[in-house]
Design a protein around this ligand. Structure first.
Ligand SMILES: [Zn+2]
Length: 454
């Protein structure tokens, strides 16, 4: 295949671990062989990208693809094309809302069978822990999932029920053995609050899922993590999609005490805020909810302080019918934000206003996430020996997000009409050009990624 032969990419702005600099990247057989000075003579074809930024491909470790079983919500073909168009070269699929949910080895095998010839980028998989599958957890881990996720509250999916404290106490030592992260949807309703009337009122929805649900859940996980640690199990607990910035102080203390405790947040918590969400706009519904502007600024501070480890999409689509777009009924609408391919321009637009540079954004969306899933030795950096997963980015272009750009299945997103900076021009997956200015490669070239030390 010609794409695998030796070639080089030259740019005045290559984002290396040492910073952005002029360089020529020598690529052979899908790997980065060397980083030369920009002016070096090369013995292979050279593409000069001039001022366009060459960055590591994004690694998005939180994506709901819903196949098999709910492919009418989203599937591997459309989701991974959207990923390629957004500069994402690796994503990790969540254990729900597919059917069956990925909580057994057999279900995982079904999922692996369903991805064949549909992956346009590389794709890893999370498993799940529910009260019913703790006896099968070793088998699931051995089958190659990268880690597992649990809910502390209703997941919206009957066959993926929340875990209790006793389940978590059993799961942590098993996962510690594999050094795999335990992902937690951190909302905990200790008082079993009655569901209030929400209808189409966003503020009512926001009030129905208060910050203390997140704070309480995180405090519980810190306590259980510390208990396990005292018993000799230093498990890695990871909080998915943090929205409440109030939890950051407890997280900071837990980390200082030596607990392996990591945090992610998402573009919607960093770009959108409750004060500007109109009533009846169900596209903005997700759990935990998008909170007030002041909370959003505190999340940005958490990123700057290194308390929040990385940014992932939590792309969680469904059909327009289930989103109740026409009725505007926020109460009935499925919760989840659809925006897989727009993560980088959304975050870059906000980051540049706050004096955060592109190197930091790249760290938060590529390097830190690659490290999180144990692939930091071959993905998430532009350095010799790494896979040539690259995205070509024009950070200065400004444009409006329109629905005709959308590559995921249902052409709906809360970001329609939003002005952003930064366009993904091209995406290379292991040295192969998989996305080129609106066009995809001849066929899907992505591969399933299984945990390596199984
Ligand atoms: Zn999610």
């Amino acid at each position: 295949m010609p794409a695998l032969e030796k070639f080089a990419l030259r740019s005045q702005r290559v984002l290396t671990p040492e910073g952005i600099r002029p360089a020529t990247i020598e690529i052979n057989q899908g790997r980065i062989m060397a980083i030369h000075d920009a002016g070096s003579a090369m013995d292979c074809p050279v593409t000069d990208l001039e001022q366009q930024v060459v960055m590591p491909g994004l690694v998005d470790t939180h994506v709901h693809i819903n196949e098999p079983g709910r492919t009418d919500w989203e599937g591997f073909n459309t989701a991974t094309q959207a990923a390629a168009a957004g500069g994402i070269t690796t994503l990790v699929d969540m254990p729900l809302n597919c059917i069956p949910v990925t909580i057994t080895k057999a279900a995982f095998k079904e999922k692996l069978a369903s991805v064949e010839d549909k992956l346009w980028v590389d794709c890893g998989f999370w498993g799940g822990v529910t009260p019913d599958n703790l006896d099968d957890l070793d088998e699931l881990m051995s089958a190659g999932v990268l880690g597992v996720k649990s809910f502390l509250i209703d997941s919206g999916i009957e066959e993926f029920p929340p875990v209790k404290e006793s389940d978590i106490k059993r799961a942590i030592p098993i996962l510690a053995k594999y050094q795999a992260p335990y992902l937690i949807h951190a909302e905990l309703d200790q008082d079993h609050s009655p569901v209030p009337e929400i209808g189409n009122a966003y503020q009512s929805f926001l009030q129905s899922r208060p910050k203390h649900w997140e704070n309480d859940a995180i405090n519980l996980m810190i306590r259980l993590g510390q208990e396990a640690r005292r018993q000799g199990y230093n498990g890695h607990i990871h909080i998915v999609h943090l929205s409440s910035a109030e939890a950051l102080e407890a997280i900071s203390e837990a980390r200082n005490s030596g607990l392996k405790f990591t945090i992610e947040t998402c573009p919607h918590y960093l770009t959108l805020f409750a004060e500007e969400i109109p009533d009846g706009k169900t596209l903005f519904k997700c759990c935990p909810p998008i909170r007030e502007d002041r909370n959003r600024e505190q999340l940005w501070q958490g990123l700057k302080d290194g308390l929040i480890d990385f940014i992932v999409s939590d792309h969680s689509p469904c059909t327009p019918q289930l989103k109740h777009i026409d009725s505007g009924d926020i109460e009935k609408a499925w919760g989840g934000i659809s925006a897989l391919q727009f993560g980088l321009p959304l975050i870059w637009t906000e980051a540049r206003h706050r004096g955060m540079n592109l190197e930091t954004v790249s760290h938060l969306m590529s390097t830190a996430t690659a490290d999180f899933i144990g692939l930091g030795h071959k993905k998430g950096r532009i350095a010799p020996g790494y896979q040539a997963d690259l995205l070509i980015f024009d950070p200065e272009t400004e444009y409006e997000i329109t629905t005709d750009m959308i590559k995921h299945r249902h052409k709906i997103t809360p970001y329609e009409g939003r002005n952003v900076f930064g366009e993904v021009k091209q995406t290379y997956l292991r040295g192969q050009l998989v996305y080129d200015n609106g066009q995809f490669s001849q066929g899907p070239m992505g591969e399933p990624l299984l945990r390596e030390d199984q």
